[in-house]
Design a protein around this ligand. Structure first.
Ligand SMILES: NC(=O)c1ccc[n+]([C@@H]2O[C@H](COP(=O)([O-])OP(=O)(O)OC[C@H]3O[C@@H](n4cnc5c(N)ncnc54)[C@H](OP(=O)(O)O)[C@@H]3O)[C@@H](O)[C@H]2O)c1
Length: 319
């Protein structure tokens, strides 16, 4: 089975490539780098998919620089709004299933209730707007097809590689002495890239098991579409920073600086961010039996791994 993963150098793509490679016997992974599959060039997407003729496409590549997107909307639009539609068209053309990642930033952040998939969207920034357009492009391309297409909206992703909030906090909390002022009024759930990869794998396995005639047509009958997929529980960015702080204190006997919660208005950024990023993930559980672990549990596991690398690096830098 050939699986093409876009964005395999990113957090989620790398986790997907690692897990799929280990878990699916006989899998042939196709991991085109940007030079071979450029999300901003539709023709390069078409050529890469046609060369691979995959059975599955896992679409992890995206323009993820939320603030930079405000001043570079054309690039964000090409990669996040147009490219998913092209990938989806090519998937339909070659009979492949598609799993595409999207974001909590499609919502406007109002209220305090976790968002469900059918809630009205209302992105506050260019990134969220373009990601929403990408979701719609996927739905359009698959609308007349019985092939499986899944959009997984997730939030606050971290992993052991790449740039993410958890790694930044590990570095700052292990090297700084002055208190860290961190936004404490945006609510959501940190999500481990490894957990997202496990969810995607479980979906592929269920689709393959339900593939009636060996093709993927009808494999997820009645179960395709948009799903919320984030770590269980909720916190704020300050709460997440505090959890990293606790870890350094309890597990490593360190005395990191205090985390001081601030309000979003005191931390201006080019892109507006939603205050309520909570995602209700019940539909994923009801339709696939998948529920991601509590964010604290996954964070603890990730921190154990990260401490071996990032923390050592930070401590060496301090010495
Ligand atoms: N990170 C989060 O907190 C978060 C939250 C919600 C949803 N999501 C969604 O989850 C998915 C995965 O995010 P992530 O955190 O894994 O992102 P990431 O670590 O920033 O990785 C993005 C990937 O996309 C690739 N990419 C960007 N522009 C490209 C282009 N023009 N052509 C080809 N490849 C390109 C990057 O390749 P290079 O290495 O070449 O740059 C990289 O492999 C995305 O759909 C994102 O929107 C992320």
């Amino acid at each position: 089975m050939r699986v093409l993963v876009t964005g395999a150098s990113g957090q989620v793509g790398a986790a997907v490539a690692r897990l799929f490679g280990n878990a699916l016997p006989g899998i042939e992974l196709v991991l085109p780098p940007r030079a071979q599959l450029d999300l901003e060039r539709a023709e390069s997407i078409r050529a890469a998919v046609r060369a691979a003729e995959p059975r599955w496409i896992v679409s992890c590549g995206a323009y993820t620089a939320v603030d930079a997107a405000e001043s570079d909307p054309a690039a964000a639009h090409a990669a996040n709004a147009v490219a998913p539609g092209v990938l989806a068209e090519e998937a339909v053309r070659c009979g492949a299933g598609l799993i595409h990642f999207s974001t909590d930033y499609v919502f406007d952040g109002s209220g305090e209730r976790p968002w469900v998939e059918t809630d009205p969207t209302g992105p506050l920034n260019v990134y969220g707007t373009t990601k929403l357009q990408g979701e719609q492009a996927v739905a359009d391309a698959f609308s007349a097809s019985a092939l499986p297409s899944i959009v997984l909206r997730t939030s606050w992703v971290y992993s052991d590689g790449g740039k993410n909030f958890v790694r930044t906090m590990l570095r700052l909390l292990s090297t700084r002495t002055e208190p860290l002022r961190i936004v404490g009024d945006q609510h959501g759930a940190p999500t481990s890239a490894a957990d997202l990869a496990a969810a995607a794998l479980a979906m592929v396995q269920q689709a393959e098991a339900g593939s009636p005639d060996g093709t993927l047509r009808g494999a997820l009958l009645g179960r395709t579409g948009v799903y919320h997929c984030a770590g269980a529980g909720e916190t704020t960015w300050a709460g997440l920073a505090d959890a990293v702080r606790d870890y350094l204190h309890v597990q490593h006997g360190m005395e990191p600086p205090a985390v001081v919660p601030i309000v979003t208005a005191d931390y201006p950024t080019p892109a507006r961010r939603p205050l309520n990023s909570r995602l209700n993930c019940d539909k994923l559980h009801a339709n696939f039996g998948i529920r991601l672990p509590h964010w604290r549990q996954s964070l603890a596991e990730a921190l154990r791994g990260l401490a071996a690398t990032d923390l050592q690096t930070a401590l060496v830098r301090m010495a």
